[in-house]
Design a protein around this ligand. Structure first.
Ligand SMILES: [Zn+2]
Length: 129
């Protein structure tokens, strides 16, 4: 029996690291987040769109999955949602994703496990497809 079911935002990482600076470069199509522990994450916008955490993109199950997006996708809107997340509206009109700090930290390309995350997370572990 699997008692360690993955919950997208509440269990990993156990303590949510907070961002101290967030910078959007529209020209580079890149969101750069500096975290309070000193890590810096560079997140391409197409990569963020691919990891949209909304229910339509990720369903309600225990598996989350990357959905490839056009490389030239942009952002129409970026706003803080409370003090815990970013609300992003992409140029394809999709805006239902609330990107919590925990989620952003988790999908960051330089968060463990290292490397491009083109697979899926399951049971708190990354599984390449
Ligand atoms: Zn979505």
């Amino acid at each position: 029996m699997n008692t360690a079911k993955f919950r997208a935002e509440s269990t990993y990482p156990p303590v949510v690291v907070q961002p101290v600076d967030i910078a959007l470069s529209r020209r580079k199509g890149l969101l750069t987040i500096e975290w309070e522990d000193g890590m810096v994450s560079e997140l391409p916008l197409a990569y963020l769109r691919g990891w949209c955490p909304c229910a339509a993109c990720q369903g309600h199950g225990t598996v989350v999955q990357f959905h490839p997006a056009p490389a030239d996708i942009g952002l129409e809107l970026m706003a803080e949602a409370g003090s815990y997340a970013l609300h992003l509206r992409f140029t394809d009109g999709h805006d239902s994703g609330i990107y919590t700090w925990g989620w952003l930290r988790r999908i960051a390309p330089d968060s463990p496990p290292a490397g491009l995350k083109s697979g899926r997370f399951e049971g708190g572990r990354f599984e390449p497809l």
